[in-house]
Design a protein around this ligand. Structure first.
Ligand code: 4NP
Length: 164
């Protein structure tokens, strides 16, 4: 996969109510600020469908608000096999997500589209090698996820739109 040819990104976590909708919302905010909303298509999904139809967790909406992000409505949905056709890059938040996404990938072309979100995290800025699940955490855990995703999404834009 040539990362420079990416024009669509799908963020994936377990429930699609905390980390991946936050990544989607943050990435949309950054694309909008950079005038790139029409260049890159973005969505999010979960490896399980348990929360299908739900808005993001209110604690994540609050954390996004604390960091000045414009919060869009996005409804939880499970990852579908067609996502491997419709998206160029599929980013898993943690190693369990990556394992589950790859299990659903129909072939080697699909598998090659799957990468860890923390591939875009500078090791000198954050210790995290996975985006931690904040679901059973406190507001500081949600703030940390927002800050980590903000950093990763900003690097992701630099990589997929290199001369911007
Ligand atoms: P997410 O967080 O994968 O970041 O959306 C979770 C949401 C729900 C559950 C676990 C993690 N849950 O067990 O219901």
């Amino acid at each position: 996969m040539m990362i420079q040819s990416v024009s669509s990104v799908l963020f994936v976590c377990l429930g699609n109510i905390c980390r991946s909708p936050a990544a989607e919302i943050i990435f949309r905010n950054l694309l909008e600020r950079a005038g790139l909303s029409d260049v890159i298509r973005v969505d999010s999904a979960g490896t399980m469908g348990y929360h299908e139809g739900s808005l993001p967790d209110s604690r994540m909406i609050a954390a996004l608000g604390r960091h000045g992000f414009n919060v869009y409505s996005t409804y939880s949905r499970p990852l579908h096999p067609e996502d491997f056709i419709r998206y160029d890059l599929i980013l898993g938040m943690d190693n369990d997500n990556l394992h589950d996404i790859k299990r659903l990938a129909p072939d080697s072309i699909a598998k090659a589209k799957v990468a860890p979100m923390c591939q875009f995290v500078d090791t000198n800025k954050f210790r995290d090698r996975e985006v931690p699940d904040p679901y059973y955490g406190d507001p500081r855990d949600f703030d940390h996820v927002v800050e980590l995703l903000d950093h990763a999404c900003s690097n992701l834009i630099k990589v997929i739109v290199p001369n911007h």
